[in-house]
Each structure stands twice: as C-alpha cells, then as structure tokens.
Design a protein around this ligand. Structure first.
Ligand code: T4K
Length: 380
C-alpha cells in the first residue's frame, strides 16, 4: 500500500457522510444487506434518472460488469479493443474465452482510431469494445457506423466516464451497453462497484439474471450466471456521493484549470484537453512529457516527484499488449502500436479530486517546474 500521507493520484472523492450514516443505520435496522435490496434499487433509479437511460444495473465492479456484458451479448471469436487502457478491459474479454485484438490510438485524443478498428476486422470479429479514456467519448457515431456496416456489436468500457456527455447525451446511452466503474478512485464511487447501462430491455433482463447466478425466482435457475451483485453498503456510498456530485465536478474542474494555467506553457508538457462542447467529469489530469522539449523523460520526472512523495502515475504503462498474458500469447499486431507505445512512455496522471487542495496542486506544479526548468527562478 502507498503511504496515505503522500499526494496520491486516485485519492477517493467521498460522499456526504451524514447521508451515508443515515442510510447505513437503516440498512442495519432492516437486516437486509445485499441481493437487490432497497438501497441498490434506489441507486439504480437515481442512476437511470441522472443518465436518462432505461436501465443502469449496479454491479460489484466494472470488470465483472464487462465480463457479464460480453457474455450477455453472446460474443464469439475476437473483440477489438485499444491496448491503451487498464488491463481489466482485455481481461474481461479473455476471461470469457475470447481474443482481444489490440488497435492503435489517436495521439491527440488517446482514443481508438476508427481506421485501425476497421483494418483489424476479420471473419472472427464479433464486437468492438470502445474505451472512453479519461472520460472522453470514444467516437461513438464513427464506431457505430463501422459496427453496423460489418454486422458487429458495439459496447463501451465507460469506467472513466460517469457524468460525461457526448453530443448532448450522457455517456451510458451509446452502443448496446456501457459499463461504468464506481471504484474508490473514480469520479463517483461506491468503494468497489460499477453499473451496466443500456436502453435495451431484453439485454438488461439477461444481465439481471446473469449477475444473480441465473436465478429467475426462488430455486429457479434459467441461465448460466455469476455473482455480480452490488451490496447495500456499496449502494449507500453511491447514494451519498450523488449528494455531492456537483461539488466534486467543480473541484475537479478547478484543479484541472489550475494545473493547466501553471504547467501548459512549460517546455515539453502537453495536456490532454477536454472538448468544451462535451461535458467532462475532469477526473483525470493527464499530461504528456516530450523528452525532446522537457530535457527529461517522463520516467525521470516521475522519479523526482516520487522522491518528494508526489505519487503521480503512468497509466497505462506499458500498454496491455506488452503485459505478460498478451505479450507472450499474442504478439503485437503487424506494424506494432507505435502511438500507444509512444504515449505509454510519455503520459503521466497528476493528483486531483476533493482529497487534493489548491496548495497541493501548487506544490505539484512547483515540483514539475523545478524539474523541467531548474533555472527558472521566476516561477511562483
Ligand atoms: N476499465 C478501465 C478503463 C479502468 O480504468 C478500470 C479500472 C476498469 C475497467 C475496471 O474497473 P473496476 O473493476 O476496478 O471497477 C486502480 C483501480 O483499482 C482501478 O479501478 C482503475 N481502473 C485503475 C485505473 O486504477 P491500481 O492497480 O492502479 O490501484 P492502486 O491500488 O495502485 O490505487 C490507485 C491510486 O489510488 C493510488 O495512488 C492509491 C490511491 N488510492 C486507492 C484506493 C483504493 C487511495 O488513495 N485510496 C484508496 O482507497 O488500479
């Protein structure tokens, strides 16, 4: 475990404590702790209203949500995914006995490139799994058009994208379904947790069965299933987080803009910008360090910051295609993934969220500026 006293990427945003305590008190009184209890149902209703989606089924984490989605969609053979993602994305596919096929990303947006997706389609491909990296919508219209033209399913890993909008619609409404993560480190958290959002009644019914062992009633199993349920205490945390969602968004945006104004003009620093037309949750402050301009590599800079207890992270290093289960079983596709490799060597996430203060952000910025421009005494 990292030193909790450090400045950390991923320090949780907490819900309203009074609301959480009240909900937990009621949970103890009812002695109803899990299995689609009243708090879980209330959370689902709130999620649906907030996202404007017909179903948003709470699950125990996004990884299980992705596996169940993959199973419920009846996927076979190969699924196209970016390698620039958390390893849970390809794991969810592999766990279901399918092959994730990695494609390269756009260096500016960090999202899958549609031309690369199309080039990776084979007769064995059954689906495209887009990832909304840093909460940016993974070009849903373009991917939907490709999926439709090739008779493929499209679904999304929306782990980063709760509270984000694309073209006026909340993320959660695209593809066959979208899977959110409500892990402690996310914009909106339930300690551990997630949800599968869909506007498809039939798919939702299948997912509900599958996350509860396939039970359609007492003693009545009609489907292969697993245990993907969200417990009541997790749902209580989610309900308490709804109370402070606007506050979290405001703090995230403030930190993001503060970082930008202090760092964007430093040599070799590039921000992954958010499009103002879209709505972002600003949960990720991702910067790229170009060693030619910065005169240090990302790794050297990261080490300097770690030495000062500023625990920046190099998500997603080294890229899923270079991680053992994929690097050994399934070498990088022909031509490699040059943009993914380049980004994995450059990207760095900075601490943000309600657990980080304005002074903390200034401290991080000063440490970065000192590392990149040791002689720039004018930096405040
Ligand atoms: N798809 C994508 C694109 C994802 O990013 C993720 C998860 C998933 C799917 C799967 O979602 P889940 O199945 O988890 O719902 C962390 C999170 O565990 C993981 O949820 C997240 N993405 C990933 C990007 O980050 P690690 O291995 O980096 O965790 P760890 O223990 O190093 O903690 C991360 C940082 O947060 C550290 O700086 C410490 C800090 N932290 C963490 C926790 C849990 C705290 O300050 N307090 C805490 O309570 O994976």
């Amino acid at each position: 475990m990292m030193d909790p006293e450090s400045l950390l990427v991923g320090r949780p945003n907490l819900g309203n404590r009074q609301v959480f305590d009240r909900l937990v008190e009621g949970m103890f009184e009812r002695r109803w702790l899990t299995n689609n209890g009243p708090l879980c149902k209330a959370l689902e209703q709130k999620l649906c209203e907030y996202l404007g989606v017909r179903h948003c089924i709470p699950v125990c984490n996004a990884t299980i949500g992705l596996q169940v989605a993959c199973h419920a969609l009846g996927l076979t053979g190969e699924v196209i995914v970016p390698a620039f993602t958390f390893v849970a994305t390809p794991h969810s596919v592999t766990w279901e006995g399918l092959k994730p096929v990695f494609v390269d990303i756009d260096p500016v947006t960090h999202l899958m490139r549609p031309d690369k997706v199309e080039a990776a389609i084979t007769p064995r491909t059954s689906a495209i799994l887009g990832v909304h990296a840093w909460g940016r919508a993974c070009i849903p219209e373009r991917l939907q058009e490709i999926a439709d033209r090739h008779g493929l399913q499209l679904y999304f890993d929306a782990a980063h994208a709760f509270g984000c909008k694309h073209a006026g619609r909340m993320i959660g409404n695209f593809g066959r379904c979208e899977v959110f993560s409500f892990h402690a480190t996310k914009f909106f958290n339930t300690f551990e947790g997630g949800a599968v959002a869909t506007n498809d009644d039939e798919l939702a019914a299948k997912i509900r069965l599958m996350i509860n062992f396939g039970f359609a009633g007492l003693d009545h199993v009609v489907h292969l299933g697993t245990n993907g349920k969200m417990s009541e205490i997790h749902a209580a945390m989610g309900l308490s987080c709804f109370e402070v969602l606007d506050e979290i968004l405001e703090v995230n945006r403030f930190h993001y803009e503060n970082y930008r104004s202090q760092l964007a003009s430093l040599p070799g620093v590039r921000f992954c910008d958010y499009d103002d037309v879209e709505q972002s949750n600003y949960q990720y402050v991702a910067i790229e360090i170009d060693p030619a301009g910065a005169k240090v590599t990302r790794n050297e800079l990261m080490q300097k910051l770690h030495d000062q207890n500023i625990m920046v992270r190099r998500y997603f290093y080294p890229g899923c295609h270079k991680m053992k289960p994929y690097a050994t079983n399934d070498p990088t596709p022909e031509g490699g993934l040059p943009e993914t490799d380049r980004l994995c060597d450059r990207v760095m996430l900075l601490p943000t969220g309600t657990g980080v203060s304005e002074e903390d952000v200034t401290k991080v910025c000063q440490a970065i500026a000192t590392a990149l421009c040791p002689k720039a005494l004018s930096f405040k």
